[in-house]
Write a protein that binds this ligand. Sequence first.
Ligand code: GRF
Length: 190
Amino acid sequence: MGKNLAVLASGNGSNAENLIRYFRGKESAEVKLVLTNRPEAYVLNRARNLNVPSRYISRHDWVEGTSVLTLLQEYQIDFIVLAGFLARIPEVILQAYPDRIVNIHPSLLPKFGGKGMYGDHVHQAVIAAGELESGISIHFLNERYDEGHIIAQYHCVVEPTDTPETLAAKVHALEYAYYPQVIEQLLQGY
Ligand code: GRF
């Protein structure tokens, strides 16, 4: 039986769109719901254009959690995929989905993870530290952000001429190529 996925995103949502497109027409899984914590997030437009149900969830509801959980249950969501989601996952949801929430981080964790390390901040920090490589980490989510078990990592070279923008583009390319595949493989074990 195909798994029902919910994708959570706070911003642009290019990974969310990539996931929706990848799983469309596949038997393994389908993105059934897109949730965001920002009413102006571009991911809402993407979901609408692709005819995937989407909702903005207020800060209050993310903190409290039960109404989000009810929504996930309504859509019979089996697995939660974070793609640039910048709010905390409520405790009730972490408990209801043990080892069923995955996140993608745009660095080689544990390097450049943790507080304040999101979006271009990560790429700026990688370049400032003179790193020779960066990449992506796909990991399970637990109560401590960016510290859940790492499922897979993929590397890219950091050139001396790289800027946060060019590095972000390399990292995004890795995300588009690998995130859906890794999730698909992971789902085979459930
Ligand atoms: C990605 O680089 C992801 O790794 C990070 O936030 C970015 C989201 O980009 N956590 P998009 O919204 O999918 O375009």
